[in-house]
Design a protein around this ligand. Sequence first.
Ligand SMILES: [Mn+2]
Length: 247
Amino acid sequence: MPYHLDELIDPFPVTVPDGFVVKGPRPKSASWDAYTPLYTSVAQMVFGTENAIMWTGDCSLTLAAVAGLQRRGIDPAVVWMDAHGDFNTPQTTQSGYLGGMPLAMLTQRGEVDLPMHIGLRAVPDERVILAGTRSVDPPEEELLQESRIERVGLDALSTDMLPSGSIFLHVDVDVLDASELPGARFAAPDGASLAQLSGAIERVAQSTRLVAVHLAFTVDPEKQDGERTAAVARGLIEALRRGGFQA
Ligand SMILES: [Mn+2]
């Protein structure tokens, strides 16, 4: 799904292994309501796909993926690897950036109709693990502290600590350090190495309960380094394979 919010990314920064490309319907504006048609079609695709790996340019498309799994009768726990908390709501955000809100939407915070329109049910806080996060706004920090969401470093994330049942893995590549992946749209200092991220992904996959994966390539197409981005993409797929996850 070559989107960064309502912006179609063409060419997409990585060559995606054979699969399907969802290019529409393109949202008519960058407001949550405008995403309903696109997210409905993405949810339908995830509903019909076993072991989906979803390649996108933003974090918000997670909402569609989880809605699609839920439609299949799966209530996945969510492991969220990201430099940012993505835990703002329309009420707390300072930037208004929708890509900074999806984890709040997923746990049904913020007054937004989109989850209802796409049939998304709230993921309980106890079934969410936030990993590798190092850049959180003060209002997000407050919301996170009030929540029951567990936060861990990538190295500390172990197979044992994963919630029970099926697992959905979200990876925003900005969890990596800029030395591994230049050109992140919202770079935060002191990120993970590709080896650290790969290790954490492999341990999640080893649980054998992984049902779908979202790889969010939140890099600026103008500022990224194509070879580095491709190396990261290969690294993430190899980590999933080593952990036993086959798309
Ligand atoms: Mn993110």
